[in-house]
Structure formats: structure tokens, C-alpha cells
Design a binder for this molecule. Sequence first.
Ligand code: ADP
Ligand code: MG
Length: 830
Amino acid sequence: MSQGDPGLSLALSPLLKPLRFATRAGVSRLTGLEALVAKVVEQARAYASEASAARLERLAQSVRGFDELSEADRQTAIAALVRELGALLPIPLEISALARSVSGGSGKLPTMPVPAAAPKAPPDPLSTPVIQLRGVGPAIAEKLEAKGLRTVGDLLLNLPRKYEDRRTPRTVAEAPIGERSVIAGRILKAREARGRRRRLEVLVRDAAGGTLVCIWFHYRPSLLERFRPSAQVLVSGEVREGYRGGGKVMHHPDVELLGADGDPAAPRDDDSFGRVVPVYTDVEGLPQRTFRRIEKRAVDEYVGFVDDVLPAPVRRRRRLLALPDALREAHFPEKFAAELARGAPGGEPRRRLAFEELFLVQLGLALRRRGVKVEPGIAFRGLPDAVDRIVSALPWALTGAQQRALSDIAGDMRKPEPMNRLLQGDVGSGKTAVALCAARIAVEDGYQAALMAPTEILAEQHARSLRMLLRGAPVHVELVSGSLPQREREHAGRLLRSGAAQIVVGTHALAEEATGFHKLGLAIIDEQHRFGVMTRRSLMSKGHRPDVLVMTATPIPRTLALTLYGDLDVSVLDELPPGRTPIATRVYRDSAREKAYDVVRRELKAGRQTYVVLPLVEESEKLVDLKAATQERDRLAMDVFPGVSIGLVHGRQSAVERNEEMERFRRGETKILVATTVIEVGVDVPNATVMLIEHAERFGLSQLHQLRGRVGRGAAKSHCLLLTGTSGAEWGPAARERLQVMEETTDGFRIAEVDLMLRGPGEYLGTKQSGMPDFAVAELARDQTILKEAREEAFALVEEDPEMRSPENAAVREQLLHRWRGRLSLARVG
Ligand code: ADP
Ligand code: MG
């Protein structure tokens, strides 16, 4: 069967439309089908092979005299048509159901059709390609695919980013500047204006007499014709201030035209107006409104095919929506409209979706906990003699904590299953040395070890420290970074593939497709939360089930660690290497700024260096960020520390520029380093003894703690100066109390607990990429309660039915075995 010929499929696809109509309206309302089929078959012949040519003829025959047939005969005819068609192109399940409903009466879609064409492997309707949706042609399908939206199921899982309340229109006067509003009114005039930039302007007057100018800079000429004077319209968009102080304007609003007399001229656009509408992440080249319509179709036509895998008792106990309802409501809220009108995704629909996601992962953890078999991995020898030799080659003795961690790691590496361990330790606790010892255990057995760091600076720093710690031992450390010149990169590539490079340090470049290893045995991932799941997985796939060691300096409170790293083994470095000097921390009000500067001056005089950190800003504000940073540098250079050389690192620099700037500071050529990007975790400049942080109240305590860890690396006493802003809103007693914790303790875990308590997990873990397994819906940071419930249910289920044999657990078992297999193995690495 030539199900796949795209030319033929395309030629025949016009037939899907009437058939889809038939699934909803029944066969009796179809007209002109015979003529359409004849025409389509005519055009399709050009693409037909010998075998399919015969089918085409049968196709044409199947609906002979269709308009004259009785309803029953029509159904038979349609069934035949669908069967023939199904052999020639993949057709949506809703339509293939027509082939079976011959005896069923109305010809409508049965609720849960039994697959007809291929009884062995039921096609999952959710894997219907997007192109089969009405209104989606090849051009749109391509755009959707570029976004990873290939199937109807992808569309269903692509949840709105936020919602917009378009239930009640506002008048122009009521609409606040800078906010999105829906405004109803009549068109006064529409014209093309030619100024500096060609644009289309449409003047709209609301019932209260207020006027609004809608402006398009990009438009098709035909748009002008659509805007007939005195036609009623609804427009939706962000209201802005007009030019030269002239009234309010909207750029590129969504528009719905109602007829001149107020009657809708076109069918009402229910997807985009008069409701709480979903706003999706942009799909390049598709207006929100078009995309919304596509989502609506996917939801309307396919949500009924979504299986609910959650065991019914769980759903009942936790009062969770049925999955199809949750999806429908999450996209196009009706019952939960009021709740979602506030804008942020949330409420019951999202809780249901997040619950399922977390439940499945927790179930995986619970099963592993019960000793479900682990795949075989590498059993390194890790002979005690060899480990001793490796340790004694270091320039100093390991701390007790380092010894304990290393013996955990060596134990894991000896086992014939893949290590999956988290090494957690405050900044400066000596994780790198432990990582090096692990790497050398792998190298002893002829394997390679890879250390992946999130930034170039960090990768270089790691390579430097490793080489220093190796002190000339015959182990080849190779650095792979994206910024190497092509030639050098190719050279490094050869060393990796031949195995000559034994320890390989690099950025995500290590995980790229072009990078190949000879025999990767150990993958060490530093600050893993800064990598996507795919990057981590792709690095691991470079070896044959390599051991994995994940390192993090983010202190994760025990309460959180348990749920997040459910089945990850954890070693903690809770002891700093000797010779560390304490860091004096003080909070200064803005008015006491000079006192802080005095500390800096004193240290500069003693030949030390200083960091000045400005608060992080949003990605979108990077320009502002740059300006503020440059100004601050100039201000410091002119007014505060005249004659002192001051460097600047910021987010708009290229990696190379930033590196050079860091290097100058490391070499002591610049004495003060102003930074907007948080100085990369792990950068080591022992001569820097002051960390001055502006607007400290805007940072999380854990972030402050990380920053503070940049100093106190040498023998001299160090200082952390926390300056607070002047604006009252941010700077209340609560903020003061929070910062005081920094003065009181240097214990990262204590600080993390306080942070968690004061700000909640959302703030604590930071934004989206907080480092935990990736989920489509759930956000661990804010879904703590859901996570806890899902975990309880999952562990209880495994306790009760470890093999998951009971019928009510069958669906979830299936799901675990198939759909989630990939995701679950990802959850393993944190
Ligand atoms: P981390 O990666 O955990 O932030 P590092 O591995 O960079 O910490 O170690 C911080 C500093 O402490 C480095 O300069 C390192 O050389 C030093 N160091 C590590 N372990 C010891 C030790 N056992 N004794 C003395 N110094 C150590
Ligand atoms: Mg480090």
C-alpha cells in the first residue's frame, strides 16, 4: 500500500474536508460529493502508481449518484470511500470511523472508535499530522513543525503562556495605557498614510465618543478594503499613547469585524473574542489569532481521544479533572474562565496536567526505589591502591568531606551499574578535586572522562585547575569550547576520537553531534541545572551507559532535595578546605554608601581587588542593563575611585570579550571589576577580597551567598558589602531582616532554608530553568503541593500494587512502559 506518497496525499486531501463535515453533521447533508470526487481523482491520477490507479477508480465509483441515495446507502458509500481513501493516504481517525459506522445510524463519530484499517496497531489519533487539520496547509504546517508541533497531540500539549480577558469590552477612556484591552466601536475612517513609514490607520469611535487609532505597519493591501466606514468592530491589543500626545493608539490589534448594522457580517470569531482567550508562545510567521484558531480545531476535534491514565481512585481522592476536560479548559476556559481571566496559567486545569506529569515521574522513582532492575553499566576497577595514589598526588590532603564523597563515588564506579550521583558542595568546598579523582579512576581503566561546564569561562577555569592539580602527571586534559578556531577544534576533535585526550573539559560543545569520544566512561556535569535535558542526555549518549556525576553549588534544602532528586544518590561536601579566611559581611543603607567605599579603598591600598555586582535584569532589558553598567563604571572611575583601573563585564559582550576582561582582572591589570552578569560561579581570583553588591535586596539569599563565595579564596581577610537601594517599595523591614541572615551566617544550607522559608520555593529556585527535570506543564518551583500529593499517591500505589497488575492501574502502567520511557530515564539524571 502506498500510504506515503506525498504528491498523491496532497492531491487527495481536498476530500478530507467534506468527510470531516460528515463526521459532525452526518451524511445526509453532504451534497455535490460525486463531482468533487471525480475532480480530485482526475487530478490525482498524475501521481498514482499502477496499484493506486486501480484504487482511484474504485474511489470514483464509490460515490456514484451520491446525491440520489438514501441515507443508509449514503453511509455505505461513504464507508467505501473512506476505506479506499485510507489505503492511499493517512487519514484522521475521526474520519476513518466513518468506514465503520455503516450500521450505526447517524453516521456521526462514535465516542471511542475501534480502529478499522489496521487492527494490530491502532493508530493513535493524537499522532495525526497537523496538516490534516482544517486550515492548515503545507506552509503553515512547516511553520508549526519548526516549533516542534508536528502532531495534533503536540498542539494539545502546547499550553497557553497566559490568558487575556476579552469578555467585556472597555471604552477607549477606560483602557489603561500599557495594558491590553478589548474595545468595541465603529469605524470612522480607514486610510493608508505615507509618512516616513507606510502604514494603515483605522480610526475607531466607541459608544462613549472616545476615539482610538489602530495602526498596521505590515499588512496586505486588501486589509484596507475590509475596513468599511461605519462598520462595527472589536479590536484587541495593547493601548499605547499616540504620537505628539494625540490620544490612544493600538499597533497591530486583533480585529473582529461585525457588520455595518452591528450584526456579525462574518461568523463570530468565538476563539478570539467574547471569552477568556489563550495567548500562546509565538510561532514565527503565524499571527496569534490564526494559531489560536488552529489550536481550537485541535482541541475541538481531538481532545476526546485523549486517554485518561490516572487511576480513578487517585483522581477521586485528589479531586482532579478528567484529562480531556483539563486540556479543553486549559486552552479555552469556560468553567474556569473567571479563574484564568487573571492572566497567569493556573487553576484546576493546570493542576490536573501538572499532577499527571509529576505522578508519572514519581511513579518511576517509586518503582526504582523498590529495586526494579537497573541496566548494566561499566564496572571500573577503582583499586584502593590506585585511588590512594591518585589522592596523594594532589597538592594537599583531602578534607574529611572530600574523602567521604570520593569513597562514595569510587564505590559507585566499581558497581556494574551506571552511577547516578549528585555531589553537592558550597562554593569553594573543593568539588573540582573530587571530580578529578573520579576522572582519574576512569582513566586508569582506559576510559575517557568528560567534564561539562555551563560557560566558556568556567570550562577554562576547570581545565586550568585540573592541570594545576595534576602537577605534571601524565594525563592529557583537553579543552573543547565553541570559541576555539576551527583548526584547533578539529585537532581537539581528533584527540577525543582517538582517545588521546583522556580528560575532556568543555561547554555544551561536548554534547554536540560533531563531538565524538573514543571510550567515554564518566560524564561529570557541573551546575547541571544550567543545561537542558537534551544536552545532558546527548552527552551521556556519547558513551555506553557512562557513570554520571552531577555537581552543584546550589545548596538545596533537604525538604526539597528529597522530592527533586528522589532517586539520585547524594554526597555533600559540608566542610571547607583549611586555610580559608572568614568573610566579614555587612549591610549598608544607601546613605552609608561612603562607609562601604572606605572598605574598598583600604583593600585597594593593600593591593587587593574588588568586585562590584549590579543586579541582574531581565533578558529583554539588556540594553538598559548595559547602559546602567557603563554609567556605574564611569561614575566609580570619576567620582569614587579616581585613578583606579576598572573593568566591566556585561551580558552584551561576546564570550571572547568577556573572557579577555576577566583575564585582565585575574592578572591584576584591573583592580575593580564591575559586573552585571553574576560573576560566573567558580571563578577563582584569590587576590580579590571585596565583593560589593548593589541593590542587594533584589537578589535571593542563595544568590548572594554564591556571590560572596567569589571572595575569601586567598589568605587575606575578605569582605562582602551589601548595599541596599533607596526606593522604599523594595526596601522594607522584611528585606532588612532577610539580608541580616547574610551577616549572621556563612552556612549555605542555613541560608537556603531561610530563603526557602521567606520566599517560597518559586523564588528560591528562581525562574523556569531551575535545574530540575524538564516538564511540559509542571513547574517544580511552584508546584510543591502538587508534587507532594503526586508523590504520596505514586508511592502508595507502588506499595499496594508493586507489579501494577490491577486493572485500574493498567492504563498508567502502559503509559509508563511506552510513552514515558524516554522521559523517565531523563529524570534519572536530575
Ligand atoms: P568548588 O568547585 O567546590 O567551588 P574548588 O574545587 O574550586 O571548589 O576548590 C576551591 C579552592 O580550594 C581551590 O583553590 C582548590 O585548589 C582548593 N582546595 C580544594 N580542596 C582542598 C583541600 N583539601 N585542601 C586545600 N585546598 C583545597
Ligand atoms: Mg568549582
